[in-house]
Ligand binder design. Structure first.
Ligand code: NAD
Ligand code: TYD
Length: 339
């Protein structure tokens, strides 16, 4: 099979490329990525020369470029990870989120309609369901929970999901959608909570916790997300949405404390800063559907996954130090200096 993976130079996309090359050596992976600030070709350095791998620098909004690629590669499957993915950036500047996350998804699906495809898989997020109250631990997101977004990021992802379902109903495009909870693991860009706290703690810098740090996220090790998408591609039902999550809810402050402990850094580094605008309180996925229909279960528990992740950041300092020494500095200053 020829599989186009968009956003494969980013965090989850790269982990998915590695997973697929390892588990399905007879498939050909064509990685499409615009290499925005969040895309890093060095992440893919070990696979760039593989005969069944091709990297193409391309914007998914570039209709002509996308059509040309489909003519060259005749993909059987497209897995769309490409997105602007950071909530804080979407609050500062929503426009690019609308372009990439909505228009880009439509361009890819138009190419799928024009050239034919076996499956278009949209990688979505639990954030499309909005948030749950902190005092109702009995409530979870299921696939039938209404879309109810909070941020420009989640709204753009929800818009894309609706378009994907519309292309299925209107044009019969064979689609699937997965909505996953927060991922962590190797190669996550250090603007997101876990890698940012690891990098700052290692540099003895302040650890900026938004509000009181009581917001809850449901954390999943990235490899478990990749395995779930692989299963959906193989056995998922066309037209269906699958929630992915590990029943691993944690308060932000507890995660930051775990990182301090693991790195032997004082909790006095923790600094409470102004809360994020519209900050979602709690995300929690009910993964019953993917468990009962496809037999998926998370394999890496948080205690193990967070230690593996911290060890990876310790072993790959050159990867993230290069990022935080570049243009990222300006972002960090603008986002955190007077917060
Ligand atoms: P990321 O920001 O690390 O990577 C995104 C990648 O997409 C980058 O390599 C970037 O260069 C590329 N990209 C951006 N705009 C592009 C464009 N116009 N054309 C081509 N490539 C473009 O993001 P991530 O955390 O790996 O997330 C990947 C996907 O998974 C996103 O769709 C996101 O919404 C979804 N998701 C993420 C999480 C999470 O916790 N990180 C959870 C659930 C779902
Ligand atoms: P993030 O990693 O940005 O993921 P998302 O907003 O998509 O869930 O943030 C995870 C949680 O951590 C979220 O509640 C915001 C909080 N947070 C901080 O407290 N400080 C930070 O510096 C960052 C980046 C996030």
């Amino acid at each position: 099979m020829n599989i186009i993976v968009t956003g494969g130079a980013g965090f989850i996309g790269a982990n998915f490329v590695f997973h697929m090359l390892d588990k399905h050596p007879n498939d050909r992976i064509i990685c499409v990525d615009k290499l925005t600030y969040a895309g890093n070709l060095s992440t893919l350095k070990d696979v760039l020369d593989k005969p069944n791998f091709r990297f193409v620098k391309l914007d998914i909004c570039d209709r002509e470029g996308v059509y040309k690629l489909f003519e060259e590669e005749h993909p059987d499957v497209v897995v769309n990870f490409a997105a602007e993915s950071h909530v804080d950036r979407s609050i500062e500047n929503p426009q690019i989120f609308l372009e990439t996350n909505i228009i880009g998804t439509a361009v890819l699906m138009d190419a799928c309609r024009k050239y034919g495809i076996e499956r278009f898989h949209q990688v979505s997020t639990d954030e499309v369901y909005g948030d749950l109250p902190l005092d109702r631990p009995d409530l979870f997101f299921t696939e039938t929970t209404p879309i109810h977004t909070s941020s420009p990021y989640s709204s753009s992802k929800a818009s894309a999901d609706l378009l994907v379902l519309a292309y299925h109903r209107t044009y019969g495009l064979p689609v699937t959608i997965s909505r996953c909870s927060n991922n962590y693991g190797p190669y996550q860009f250090p603007e997101k909570l876990i890698p940012l706290m690891i990098a700052n703690a290692l540099d003895d810098k302040a650890l900026p916790v938004y509000g009181e740090g009581l917001n809850v996220r449901d954390w999943l090790y990235v490899e478990d997300h990749c395995k779930a998408i692989d299963l959906i591609l193989m056995n998922g039902k066309v037209g269906e949405v699958y929630n992915i999550g590990g029943h691993n809810e944690m308060k932000n402050i507890d995660i930051v404390k775990i990182i301090c402990k693991a790195l032997d850094k004082p909790e006095s580094l923790i600094t409470y800063v102004t809360d994020r605008k519209g900050h979602d309180l709690r995300y929690a996925i009910d993964p019953e559907k993917i468990h009962s229909e496809l037999g998926w279960l998370p394999e890496t528990m948080f205690e193990e996954g967070i230690q593996k992740t911290i060890a990876w950041y310790l072993d790959h300092k050159e990867w993230w130090e290069e990022i935080i020494s570049g243009e990222y500095k300006n972002y960090y200053k603008a986002m955190y200096e007077d917060r």
